[in-house]
Design a protein around this ligand. Structure first.
Ligand code: PMV
Length: 362
């Protein structure tokens, strides 16, 4: 939908070399996206909270090169200051796939320097922050060269669209606080092509929520999300799952509008367990929780029953447990993590995060 063959640099008037830099956060889905079709289009709408302390910084340097229309993308890539062949190849392929959207890319020599605020092998998904940071850089580059993205809503929409092509869930990281991705009549303007911001629709409780990520294991994921989504195609529960996600989104949005933490927490936990259950009954089957994940979940439930504190968990497609809670109980929760949960974390590792203001141009 954003293909634009006219976005080409006039070689008789080439731009000066320059660079753009973005910092973009990860996000944690409350309603999970699991199952896709076409080019990274979701089978159900999802809703996520935008995080703050887990982010990627990406600098995109560009320089006009003479051999215009040369075809391939000319890219040097550095991850934490080091060349990284695997990331370079992935990024190169992604940029090549984007030539219809940004035809000027083949007229430039590009250097990407990128790095995360969290250790690469921390078991924290970095594709959402990495792909959204890159998408924002590409939109900034387009705007610098052509002035075509002056309208900030249009800018964000295109950045979200491009991020989605890189990694579905990345499209939600473009917006502060919270975002919905996927067609639904519940949110005006919602689309399968890009996410839309919903931070303004929700109660301030959720704009200030904490998310402490308990790293149970930093091992590489047992199943890539690409393979995981594909497994939904043969899953006997797929259709009822998609209907369930739509129905839960409606309940969740009401809870988030009114500040109903209890209903929010119930859905967050149900969604996490549903995601894992779907993987357990896929063919082949995957069991992505580890004994430590299960122990933490049980402890959180006991803690809630004993204290009445609104502490809830969610999980991504892996063993690490995200603990969601409001700032009022931070001291109690941190003490609980220290005393009872850290023993299940790899090297006692916890990434403290919270709902954030979205990406920043640096
Ligand atoms: O964006 P992907 O393809 O890595 O898929 C992400 C899937 C989950 O993280 C499990 C759920 C979600 O909505 O973020």
């Amino acid at each position: 939908m954003y293909e634009n063959p006219r976005l080409l640099i006039d070689s008789s008037n080439p731009p000066e070399a320059g660079s753009v830099v973005w910092r973009s956060p990860s996000n944690i889905a409350i309603i999970k996206y699991w199952g896709k079709y076409g080019i990274q289009l979701p089978k159900n709408p999802s809703l996520s909270l935008t995080l703050a302390s887990s982010f990627t910084d990406t600098q995109l340097e560009y320089e006009f090169k003479d051999e215009a229309h040369g075809g391939a993308i000319d890219l040097d890539f550095f991850f934490h200051q080091q060349p990284n062949e695997a990331f370079q190849a992935k990024t190169q392929a992604f940029l090549e796939s984007l030539i219809p959207v940004f035809p000027f890319l083949k007229q430039l020599r590009l250097t990407i320097r990128t790095g995360n605020s969290f250790p690469h092998s921390a078991g924290i998904a970095s594709s959402a922050s990495a792909m959204s940071a890159l998408a924002l850089c590409l939109c900034s580059l387009e705007d610098t060269l052509f002035g075509t993205l002056q309208d900030s809503a249009e800018y964000d929409r295109k950045a979200s669209f491009v991020a989605r092509l890189g990694s579905g869930s990345a499209c939600r990281s473009v917006f502060p606080h919270a975002a919905v991705w996927g067609e639904t009549s519940l949110v005006s303007g919602a689309s399968n092509e890009y996410a839309v911001p919903v931070g303004d629709l929700i109660h301030e409780t959720f704009r200030e929520l904490h998310d402490d990520i308990l790293i149970v294991s930093s091992d590489e994921k047992a199943v890539s999300s690409r393979a995981g989504h594909a497994l939904m195609d043969g899953n006997p529960y797929a259709e009822s799952r998609y209907a369930q996600a739509k129905q839960r989104l409606s309940v969740l949005l009401d809870a988030m509008k009114t500040g109903d933490l209890e209903s929010f927490g119930k859905i967050a936990e149900d969604e996490a367990l549903t995601l894992h259950a779907l993987m357990m009954c896929s063919n082949p089957s995957y069991l992505l929780m580890q004994p430590g994940s299960v122990a933490i979940i049980e402890k959180v439930r006991e803690y809630r029953a004993a204290t009445g504190h609104p502490l809830y968990f969610t999980l991504d497609a892996g063993p690490n447990v995200h603990l969601l809670y409001p700032g009022e109980i931070i001291h109690e929760v941190r003490a609980f993590i220290e005393d009872e949960l850290k023993e299940y974390c790899e090297n006692g590792r916890v990434q403290e995060d919270w709902v954030g203001e979205g990406p920043e141009e640096m």
